[in-house]
Design a protein around this ligand. Structure first.
Ligand code: PLP
Length: 364
C-alpha cells in the first residue's frame, strides 16, 4: 500500500482505513450483485438494501425514535440552510430564531433571511466566537417558526454540550461536524441535519433526521427537489440519490457499530483525543493560545494560535515533515486547527501532541 499521512483535514476528512479497504475490495463487483456500486440502479434491490441499512444504522446508533424519518439529500449542509427556511419559514407568518456561535450559524442565517423574518437571539461575535451562551442566557420565543443552532462550529472550534429547551418551538440543529460523534437526545430536536464528509462518510450526501409532524407543515407547491415531505414520501428517492455516498455512509455506520462499539464508545474515544491536544495547549506555558474558552471547547476541531504568524507557518511546515498534515486554520480566522473526527486514530493525535511539545521546546 502507498503511504498514508495523518490527515487533520476539516472536511472532507479522514475515513477509517478498513472502510477504504472494503470500498476498494468491492469496487469492481458488489458481493452477490456482480456490478459496481457505481453502476447499479438506485431502484435495484441491491441499492434498496444499502439505503435501508444506512437509515437503520443511523436510527440504531443515535437511538432515533419511531416518529422521526431519516432522509438523504444532496447539496451539502448549505442546501439545508435554504431548504429548512423554505419548508418552515417562507409564508409561515412567524419568525425564525438563530443562535449564532460562528461562521456556519451566520451562513445559515443569511439564507433564511431571504425567505422570511429572522431574529438573532444570541451572537458570539463580540467574543470573537470563542464562547457559547449558557442555555439560561437565551431568550427564546415559544411561537418561533423554529430555533436554529449549530452544535459544533467547525471553524472556530466551539461545541455545545446538550441543547436549549425550546418548549413548543421546533429546534433545528446543524450537526454537520459532530454527527455520529457522540450520543444525542434526538427527541429534544425537531430536525438534525449533517453532511457526511466530516464524521460519517464522504461529500455528496446530507442526512436529515426529522420528526413526522414537521413534515405536515411543509407548504404545498414547494420545489419538489427541496420539499422534505416529498423526500419522505419517496424514501429519499424522488430522483437519483447519491448512491455511492450512501453506500460509504453505510460502511462507516457499520464501523461505528461493530469496530467502535457504538456512540458511547466513540464519544469516550473522541474525548480522550481532544484532551491530549488541550493538555498540550494548557501545559505549553502560554506558547499555544487556545481560541475557545475552556467551557466551550470542541472535541472535533481544536483551534489555537502561536505567538506569531511566522511561527504558525513554521509549525504547519514542520508538522508536514512528520506526516501530520492539513493543520492550517481556516482562512477566515487563521492560526492552527486540528480536526480530529471519528476516524482520526488515537495514535495520530498522540503524535501531534508530542510534536506540539517538541516544537514549543525548540522555539522557547
Ligand atoms: C462543513 C460544514 C457546513 C458546510 O457543509 P457543505 O456540505 O460544504 O455545505 C455547514 N455547517 C457546518 C457546521 C459544517 O461543519
Amino acid at each position: 500500500m502507498t503511504k498514508r499521512v495523518y490527515n487533520f483535514s476539516p472536511g472532507p476528512a479522514v475515513l477509517p482505513l478498513s472502510v477504504l479497504e472494503q470500498i476498494q475490495s468491492e469496487m469492481i463487483s458488489l458481493p452477490g450483485v456482480g456490478a459496481s456500486i457505481l453502476e447499479i440502479s438506485h431502484r435495484s434491490p441491491a441499492f434498496d438494501a444499502i439505503l435501508a441499512e444506512s437509515q437503520a444504522l443511523i436510527r440504531q446508533l443515535l437511538g432515533v425514535p419511531e416518529n422521526y424519518r431519516i432522509l438523504f439529500m444532496q447539496g451539502g449542509a448549505h442546501l439545508q440552510f435554504t431548504a429548512l427556511a423554505l419548508n418552515f419559514l417562507r409564508g409561515a407568518g412567524k419568525t425564525a430564531e438563530y443562535i449564532i456561535t460562528g461562521t456556519w450559524g451566520n451562513a445559515a442565517l443569511k439564507e433564511a433571511q431571504k425567505e422570511g423574518p429572522t431574529r438573532v437571539v444570541w451572537d458570539g461575535k463580540q467574543h470573537n466566537y470563542s464562547r457559547l451562551p449558557a442555555f439560561s442566557e437565551l431568550k427564546l420565543s415559544a411561537d418561533a417558526a423554529y430555533i436554529h443552532m449549530t452544535s459544533n462550529e467547525t471553524i472556530q472550534g466551539v461545541q455545545f454540550v446538550g441543547q436549549p429547551d425550546t418548549g413548543t418551538a421546533p429546534l433545528i440543529c446543524d450537526s454537520a461536524s459532530d454527527f455520529l460523534s457522540r450520543p444525542v437526545d434526538v427527541a429534544r430536536y425537531s430536525m438534525i441535519y449533517a453532511c457526511a464528509q466530516k464524521n460519517a462518510g464522504i461529500s455528496g450526501v446530507t442526512a436529515i433526521v426529522i420528526r413526522d409532524d414537521l413534515l405536515e407543515r411543509v407548504p404545498k407547491n414547494l420545489s419538489a427537489s427541496l420539499d422534505y415531505a416529498n423526500f419522505a414520501k419517496n424514501d429519499s428517492r424522488p430522483n437519483t440519490p447519491p448512491t455511492f455516498a450512501i453506500y460509504v455512509l453505510m460502511l462507516v455506520g457499520r464501523w461505528l457499530r461493530d469496530t467502535i462499539g457504538g456512540l458511547d464508545k466513540m464519544a469516550a474515544l473522541n474525548s480522550s483525543k481532544a484532551k491530549l491536544l488541550y493538555d498540550a495547549i494548557d501545559t505549553s506555558g502560554g506558547f499555544y493560545r487556545p481560541h475557545a474558552r475552556p467551557d466551550s471547547r470542541s472535541k472535533m476541531n481544536v483551534t489555537f494560535r502561536l505567538p506569531s504568524e511566522d511561527l504558525e507557518k513554521a509549525f504547519v511546515k514542520e508538522a508536514v515533515k512528520q506526516d501530520l498534515t492539513e493543520l492550517k486554520g481556516h482562512r477566515s480566522v487563521g492560526g492552527i486547527r486540528a480536526s480530529i473526527y471519528n476516524a482520526m486514530p488515537l495514535v495520530a493525535v498522540e503524535m501531534l501532541a508530542k510534536f506540539m511539545a517538541d516544537f514549543a521546546k525548540k522555539i522557547t
